[in-house]
Structure formats: structure tokens, C-alpha cells
Design a protein around this ligand. Structure first.
Ligand code: SIN
Length: 520
């Protein structure tokens, strides 16, 4: 049993930002299930949005975020993140963070969907996420210990139900126990339960399960954002074609070169993501015409390399694209400082549901969220009031439960079925079919002792759990809103506006502000 002051689970931007902000006197343990750079942050191409241009303002960034969210985001948290994020970006600029500049040495502000101003900063072209990981890694001090290839599978609680540590498993199947008054989950979203996806393959919702099992609440997980442009080449791993390509002039076209978005939305190729993703889904074979973009190869080096590896020549000026799962807008419910309903347990980054993204996230707001929420979680921890004081595990915490053999599907089956039945467009029929399939594995998520299973099987169990939460939530929300598109309920419904779908213990509830009622 190892002791620390803070345990951080994950290694993306919010986890790293938190680790850098904690005092050097605190013993911090970062646990990540892959290698340190295996994260969605490390893959982030698009950049980071901030109202830094003289013709921009935090009010405009706030309005764009609310508009893209289909008025479903929480205005207060949007204002907090947009304004605090701007200050953090100004600090990064002063500290010399290597944001891309134009030939005159001025910041290059890129454009992306649903933004009314060019406000996206990039680093090294389409490798902004990598630049953040490298930069923040350099700031880590010796008080931070990193454990790679260890998967957290359980939160340890005391008699009061407060969180006081975690159990993890490494690839050699050894279980480790860590005790700390604060545990921060920053494990990212769950879009890798789909194929295609822009996410790294481990993003299957570990934190959703671990937090829920401890008693935290999961909210609005039906809202999965499908990125419109994932490279469409059979038999290769998925690869994101950044929205920044459309921001620089890329145009979506049908097979016969007819522009797809021309008549579908006033913002055309830069319409909100769910609108573009649905248009591509409906159209079938779609290409991204990049003939208008000068210096494509230098502006987008990793996209160029990925296309060429897959036999798509950039010179032809036409990249085949399809929608794929990209971002979870719902997640573990927290307040605007990352606190869950369980003392000592925080959740930040994509895993958390703060209300920032509503039903559809504005492009390039997530790295900004990571910076702000990592800093805010550090403030909570440094205040030292919200922690668990009684660090003795509750009775029976290490009792060995009986082993139940499980019959699990392959990850590929889960991914393919999620895309087919719970993808860009869903219906009662498709969702019910998915649910029946998931239930055929008869896993009791609230009692199964994950410690018995292998690393790989635990990951499949996480996939099944996340798939179940997304599917059940999607079945309950009987309207189309933002990224949740139901073919049988094609319109937004005022009855559903601001309603949350909540998973808490074995209950599923629908809530409107303080009023919540159990539906199953
Ligand atoms: C992109 O590069 O298109 C993705 C950016 C984001 O999702 O914020």
C-alpha cells in the first residue's frame, strides 16, 4: 500500500495542468493505463480557442459556445472557462509557449466551425496537443511520480463513503493499492467504444465506471460528438482530418465535386459539427477538397503523413472523409471546480460533466477546459478543506468476492455495433436492438469484482458499461438536440430542454434543475 497526497488518474491536459499547479511539497502520483503520451490530448490537432485577437471578446466566445451547444450549456461555467482560459493563455504566451505565428511574427488565429471569429491558436501546425503535453511535462517537478501501464479499476472509500484511494492493475495482473485524501479522475471520454473514432484506443470510459461504482452521478451521456471528417480509408486505423482544414478553406464535396454544405447551412462548411456530421452521414461518399489551401503540407504535417501512409496523395487535392466518434459532452457530474458528490473524489477534463459543452461542444474548447479545470482542481486541493480526513478503508474493502466467469464480446464487435445502432442517427428501434445485445452479456456492473479479471477484460467491461450508459440515455431522450439525433424524434422539444439524464447507483433518473424523478 503506497500513500500520496494526491492521486491523479490520466495523463491528458487536465491531469498534467493539475500536476504542474500543485505545490512542490505535495506527493503527487499520476497513474495512467498506457504510456504517458497515450491520450486524446496528445492527438489533438485543432488547437485551443481563446478570445485573444483584438477584434474578439470573451462575450463573443461565450455566445458561440452557447450557440454551438444548442443553448444547452450552462452560461455560468461557459463564462468562467472562457474568461479564465483567456488569462491562462496570456500567461502561456508570456512564458513563451510555442504558438504558431505568421510571417510577420504575429499569432496565427485559425478558424473552425461555429466560431464567429478566428480565435484558434495552434502549435507546430496540426500538433497542438503534442506541444501541450511536452510543455507541461517539462514543468513537472520531482514531487510528481508517474506510473505507466496501470489501470485503475476501483475507488477505495472509508466508512463515511469518502474517497481515500484507488486500486489498480498492471499488465502483469498485479494489483496495487494507493491511499490519498484526494483522487482526481481525468481519464478522458469514451469515444473509442466506436469505430471510426478520432480517439486513442484506450478512451473507453474507465472513469465513468470507476466514479459511478463509487456513487458518483453520470449525466447526459447520450451526447457524443461525431467529428465530420475522419479519414475514410478501409483497413487502416482511423485518423482525424482537423476542422482547421475547413477553416483554411477546405470544402466538402460529393463524388461529382458538388459542394455539400452550400445550401444546407448559412455557415456552410463551418456550420456546427453535428450539422456537418449529419450532412455527410446522409450523403454517403464525401471528400474534402483541399485545392484552395496553400502550403497544405507545412500547415498540416501529420495529416499529410497519415494520408500518404494510407495511399492518399495530397497532390490530388481530395481527401475521403466520414463522421466518427470524437467527444463525450456528458460525463461524471461535478461542480465548476471538479468536485463530485463524493468527498475527496474530483473529475476533470472530458470525463467531467460541468455543463460547459451542452449538447454539442464548440470546436477547440476542450484544451482550454483542461487548462482551466486542472488549475481549479489544484485550488480545491490546496485549500485542503474538501479532503477525506479519515484514511482508513471501510470494513471488508479488501474482501475477495467470488469469481464470476464472464462471456465477453470483442472490442471490435462493441465498436461496430455502437456505430451501427447508436451512431450519428439513432432511433428507438436501433437503440433497443443495441440494448438487447448489451444485456445478453448479463454483467452485473454494481457487484462484479473487477480485480479478478485481466487488464484486457477490464477494458472490455468498461466498454460495455459505457456503451450501456450511452445507449440507455439516448433511448430516454426523446428529441433531437445537438449531437443527439433521433430519426424518430427529429425536432428539439421544449419538454426536454435543460433536462438531464442521470445514472446514480442502480437508478436512472430524469432531472430538471433540483427536481429529479426515477425512470428505471
Ligand atoms: C479538430 O481538429 O477538428 C478537432 C478540434 C476539436 O475537437 O476541438
Amino acid at each position: 500500500m503506497e500513500k500520496a497526497d494526491v492521486i491523479i488518474v490520466g495523463s491528458g491536459i487536465s491531469a498534467l495542468q493539475l500536476a504542474t499547479q500543485l505545490q512542490g511539497t505535495m506527493k503527487v502520483l499520476m497513474i495512467t493505463k498506457g504510456r504517458f503520451r497515450d491520450s486524446n490530448t496528445n492527438r489533438a490537432q485543432g488547437g485551443i480557442a481563446a478570445a485573444l485577437h483584438p477584434n474578439d471578446h470573451i462575450h463573443l466566445h461565450t455566445e458561440d459556445t452557447l450557440q454551438a451547444s444548442v443553448q444547452f450549456a450552462d452560461r455560468d461555467i461557459v463564462q468562467d472557462v472562457v474568461s479564465e482560459g483567456k488569462q491562462l493563455m496570456e500567461q502561456l504566451l508570456q512564458q513563451g509557449f510555442p504558438f504558431d505565428t505568421n510571417t510577420k511574427g504575429q499569432l496565427h488565429f485559425g478558424m473552425e466551425g461555429a466560431h464567429q471569429r478566428s480565435r484558434i491558436l495552434h502549435s507546430n501546425g496540426d500538433q497542438t496537443g503534442k506541444a501541450f503535453v511536452s510543455y507541461l511535462l517539462q514543468q513537472l517537478r520531482s514531487n510528481v511520480t508517474i506510473r505507466e501501464n496501470e489501470m485503475v479499476f476501483e475507488v477505495i472509500q472509508n466508512e463515511l463513503g469518502e474517497c481515500i484511494g484507488v486500486k489498480s492493475k498492471n499488465k502483469q495482473q498485479r494489483t496495487n493499492v494507493y491511499i490519498a485524501p484526494y483522487v482526481v479522475l481525468a481519464t478522458g471520454g469514451c469515444s473509442a467504444i466506436y469505430n471510426p473514432t478520432s480517439n486513442y484506443e484506450g478512451a473507453v470510459g474507465d472513469g465513468l465506471y470507476v466514479a459511478w461504482r463509487a456513487g458518483a452521478r453520470l449525466v447526459n451521456c447520450e451526447f457524443i460528438q461525431f467529428h465530420p471528417t475522419i479519414l475514410n480509408v478501409k483497413n487502416f486505423t482511423s485518423f482525424l482530418i482537423s476542422e482547421a482544414v475547413r477553416g483554411e478553406g477546405g470544402v466538402l464535396t460529393l463524388k461529382d465535386c458538388i459542394p455539400l454544405m452550400e445550401t444546407l447551412h448559412p455557415m456552410k462548411d463551418l456550420a456546427p459539427r453535428h450539422i456537418v456530421a449529419e450532412a455527410i452521414f446522409n450523403a454517403g461518399e464525401v471528400y474534402l477538397d483541399i485545392n484552395n489551401i496553400q502550403n497544405f503540407k507545412t500547415r498540416f504535417p501529420s495529416i499529410t503523413a497519415a494520408c500518404e501512409e494510407r495511399g492518399i496523395s495530397i497532390e490530388l487535392g481530395k481527401i475521403p472523409v466520414q463522421p466518427g466518434a470524437h467527444f463525450l459532452m456528458g460525463g461524471v457530474e461535478t461542480d465548476s471546480f471538479g468536485r463530485t458528490n463524493i468527498k475527496g473524489l474530483l473529475a476533470i477534463g472530458e470525463l467531467a460533466y460541468t455543463g460547459l459543452h451542452g449538447s454539442n461542444r464548440l470546436a477547440s474548447n476542450s484544451l482550454l477546459e483542461g487548462l482551466v479545470m486542472g488549475k481549479r482542481a489544484a485550488e480545491v486541493i490546496q485549500q485542503g478543506t474538501e479532503c477525506s480526513k479519515q484514511l482508513t478503508p471501510s470494513q471488508g474493502w479488501d474482501r475477495i468476492q467470488p469469481f464470476v466467469p464472464l462471456c465477453l464480446p470483442t472490442p471490435k464487435q462493441i465498436k461496430d455495433n455502437m456505430m451501427k445502432y447508436v451512431g450519428v442517427k439513432r432511433s428507438e428501434y436501433s437503440l433497443t436492438k443495441m440494448l438487447q445485445w448489451l444485456e445478453s452479456f448479463s454483467i452485473d456492473f454494481s457487484t462484479t469484482n473487477l480485480g479478478h479479471y485481466s487488464f484486457k477484460d477490464i477494458e472490455t467491461i468498461y466498454m460495455l458499461f459505457s456503451a450501456g450508459v450511452v445507449t440507455k440515455s439516448a433511448l430516454l431522450r426523446k428529441e433531437s438536440r445537438g449531437a443527439h439525433i433521433r430519426s424518430d424524434y427529429p425536432d428539439e422539444s421544449t419538454d426536454w430542454l435543460y433536462r438531464k439524464i442521470i445514472f446514480e447507483g442502480n437508478q436512472v433518473k430524469v432531472g430538471l434543475r433540483k427536481d429529479e424523478f426515477v425512470v428505471s
